[in-house]
Design a protein around this ligand. Structure first.
Ligand code: PLP
Length: 412
């Protein structure tokens, strides 16, 4: 599904004019499509139906409660990475028994919070973390269910900042060390061996690395399943890539499913997935208004009111986002789309054929639903953008634009 299409020359989000939304809520503005979110969830659940996975939406991709609730209503669990995400998830109505908690640096307070809430399991990155969970469980009279994160040393062929399953990355334990860690952790007080976890990276466009990674842990999973009655879950993480540029070929859920389901079925474990980008990436756009067109000796700059603080992916990963005119005029301008932030790295598109625009026109940055607002900041004392959810012909504000007062809240 593509929820963002032009009708009579004006970009619409489902059946709502983006021009009207920008007029009503101002810019920069994040706009999400609820029907697109649902369609993505259902496509993945359908492709994987043979192993009926628990799809734990990866909250870090977009932590807006309206987005989370859309998936929770579809039957999702959540993949969280901090106490803050646990708080947001519970507030959005998530069942703690369907929440998995990842991350290399969980603090004592975060662990105690998650134990008290009774989350499904922790994905554990090191032996000291298992020990800390054991101590916290003993103190709180709870049980810490754990799944060690195994680093299968597979190249996911993605940007180096979002590759997480190679041996030089900080994540997980190599399979041999994980085997020893399981044997040792099984004897720790308050610990229950719940499963095994891996997550090899993000924006992965081929099914092959997923199959290879699964192949490297399948033997260990079978041994652990036979040794521990409580070992029931195999969490294969997230990472399914999406289309950012019109000519890119995304990883189809069916291809992903064909690569992983034979091994998953053979193991007979409860399958957990942690998709983020796949579910939300193309369900969101960032709408901005052109402030100036500036030309110097070598190039043209379209200067908009959205910047790297609103969407950092182009600056951080040199990520490509398609830029669309909200009201198409025809023609193009070759140059950079930049924001007002005082950094030469502040750009949304570089050396591109941008839609021809004039001061006051609206542009939409596509594929901004994942790692967009969630990675935004107040750099340059810029209040963060508003977020709107559209469904059919309705639009509702799901997060208000920050104010200047918000910028100083908490300062003493
Ligand atoms: C442990 C874990 N699971 C899931 C995800 C979600 O990845 P993606 O958005 O690529 O699906 C991430 C992303 O960093 C992650 O670290």
């Amino acid at each position: 599904m593509n929820a963002f299409t032009h009708r009579n020359g004006v970009l619409h989000a489902e059946n709502v004019s983006v021009e009207e939304l920008a007029g009503r809520y101002g810019t920069p503005l994040y706009v999400y499509s609820r029907n697109h979110l649902r369609a993505q969830y259902r496509a993945l659940a359908d492709a994987m139906r043979e192993v009926a996975p628990l799809i734990c939406y990866s909250v870090k991709a977009n932590s807006n409660a309206a987005v989370m609730r859309t998936f929770l209503e579809e039957g999702a669990g959540l993949d969280i990475v901090s106490g803050g995400e646990l708080f947001r998830g519970l507030r959005a109505g998530a069942d703690p028994g369907r929440i998995v908690f990842a991350g290399v640096g969980k603090t004592r307070d975060e662990i105690v919070y998650a134990l008290r809430e009774g989350i499904r399991f922790f994905t554990v990155e090191s032996e000291p973390e298992a020990e800390r969970i054991s101590r916290c469980a003993a103190e709180t009279g709870t049980t810490g269910r754990i799944a060690f994160r195994v680093n299968p040393d597979v190249d996911p062929r993605t940007h180096k900042y979002i590759s997480t399953g190679k041996k030089e990355n900080k994540f997980g334990l190599d399979p041999a060390r994980a085997a020893r860690a399981y044997a040792w952790a099984a004897g720790l007080p308050g610990i229950e061996i719940a499963g095994l976890h891996m997550h090899i990276g993000s924006q992965i466009l081929s099914a092959e690395p997923f199959a290879a990674a699964l192949g490297r842990v399948a033997g260990l999973c079978a041994e652990l399943r036979d040794r521990h009655a409580t070992f029931r879950a195999l969490d294969i993480g997230g990472g399914i890539g999406i289309r950012y540029s019109p000519d890119a070929v995304p990883l189809a859920p069916g291809d992903f499913a064909r690569a992983v389901t034979p091994t998953l079925r053979a193991l007979g474990l409860d399958v957990v997935l942690e998709p983020g980008r796949f579910l939300v990436g193309n369900a969101g756009i960032l709408v901005c208004r052109v402030q100036y067109i500036k030309e110097n000796a070598v190039k043209k700059f379209v200067i908009a009111d959205a910047a790297m603080n609103d969407l950092i992916r182009p600056s951080l990963y040199e990520a490509y986002h398609e830029i669309t005119a909200v009201r198409a005029r025809g023609g193009t301008i070759k140059g950079d789309l930049v924001g007002p932030v005082c950094e030469s790295g502040d750009f949304l598109a570089v050396e591109r054929d941008l839609p021809a625009v004039a001061e006051g026109d609206l542009l939409a940055v596509r594929s901004a639903g994942a790692y967009g607002f969630a990675m935004s900041s107040n750099y340059n004392s810029r209040p963060r953008a508003a977020e709107v959810m559209v469904e059919d012909d309705r639009a509702e504000l799901v997060r208000a634009r920050e104010t200047w007062e918000d910028l100083v809240r908490g300062e003493v």
